[in-house]
Design a protein around this ligand. Structure first.
Ligand code: RIB
Ligand code: CA
Length: 316
């Protein structure tokens, strides 16, 4: 008997690595994707929403509601990352024109609708700033028990990537992250501790490109572009962060994880946005996070190659 699919909501700021996370998600027969919501982050909400519609058109997605989420962080100023992802947020290959429409709800309202209508708890997979997820929890705390867990890309226990203390997704909206990490909902955290080990090399890109269908070629072009910024600062390959949050759900055996109490710093000239892990249990608080600490990188690359093969028959 086939294993029951995990109901999920994808929330992201595409973003090359968000897009690749969604390639993995829609190729998996282990996930039942109930909705996709955009959030501002890598670029502004107009662009991340446009990118969301185009990525899902490329993947041949039909009958999954899509909604535009929050325009800016809860408290702080919005800032983006065109230096990494380009002005469009998905620079590199030309994308197919979107053939999809937004569902007419705000992203947070779509999350609420899915949770209200679901007969079972749903897993949230945010791969951008946590603004939408925090607003969901703030506006409808009664729906907490309809959230199975949150598998997120964000944070870095040992260092940041936007400041030396803070990773981009958390730093864009630390107040939202604090609210989510203190929510009591089980969190799987794919932070830089693992995502900087999940890098894709030029040889790996060639393997993906060799699949030779439209999705594979575009994924290879996305990683080529994404690698440009990172090659210049000494990375061995492109640290394709976001798909690890999907891997945690569909193939956790290639990961190493540990339970940890993690809190979010929202103050401080230097430490705002830091994710601080309590390794010595000094806080006396129970772990709130399953932190991913390592990955079988080769197996990760193979997952991306195999996922792209699933799109050979996609008709747009
Ligand atoms: O720090 C990496 C994260 O920030 C990734 O999710 C990337 O897409 C950006 O959102
Ligand atoms: Ca992202």
């Amino acid at each position: 008997m086939s294993k029951k699919r995990i109901p999920v909501i994808l929330d992201g700021d595409p973003g090359h690595d968000d897009a690749i996370a969604w390639v993995l998600a829609f190729a998996s027969d282990m996930l039942d994707i109930k909705a996709v919501t955009s959030v501002s982050g890598n670029v502004n909400i107009d662009q991340t929403t446009k990118n969301t519609l185009e990525v899902l058109t490329l993947l041949g997605v039909k009958d999954v509601p899509i909604a535009r989420g929050c325009t800016k962080p809860l408290i702080g100023p919005f800032f983006d990352a065109p230096s990494v992802h380009g002005e469009s947020g998905l620079d590199g290959p030309v994308m197919p024109e979107s053939k999809l429409e937004l569902c007419g709800l705000h992203g947070v309202d779509l999350m609420i609708k899915v949770l209200e209508e679901s007969e079972e708890p749903v897993t949230l997979v945010p791969t951008g700033p946590l603004t939408n997820v925090a607003l969901l929890l703030i506006t409808r705390p009664d729906l907490k028990d309809k959230i199975e867990r949150i598998s997120l890309m964000g944070g870095g226990l040992l260092h940041g990537n936007w400041t030396y203390a803070a990773e981009f997704n958390i730093l864009v909206d630390p107040e939202a992250a604090k609210f989510v990490f203190e929510s009591g909902i089980p969190i799987i955290m794919a932070g830089l501790d693992v995502t900087e080990k999940s890098y894709i090399t030029s040889e790996d890109i060639d393997k993906i490109r060799a699949v030779s269908n439209e999705v594979a070629v575009i994924v290879a072009d996305w990683i080529d572009f994404f690698y440009k910024f990172h090659r210049d600062i000494g990375y061995l390959g492109a640290p394709v962060h976001d798909p690890v949050a999907i891997v945690a759900l569909i193939n956790p055996d290639i990961l190493e994880m540990r339970e940890l109490y993690v809190e979010i710093e929202t103050e401080g000239e230097f430490l705002r946005g830091a994710t601080l892990g309590d390794y010595s249990s000094l806080s006396g608080k129970a772990p709130n996070v399953t932190a991913i600490t390592n990955i079988d990188r080769e197996a990760y690359v193979d997952m991306i190659v195999e996922a792209t093969k699933k799109y050979s028959e996609v008709t747009m």
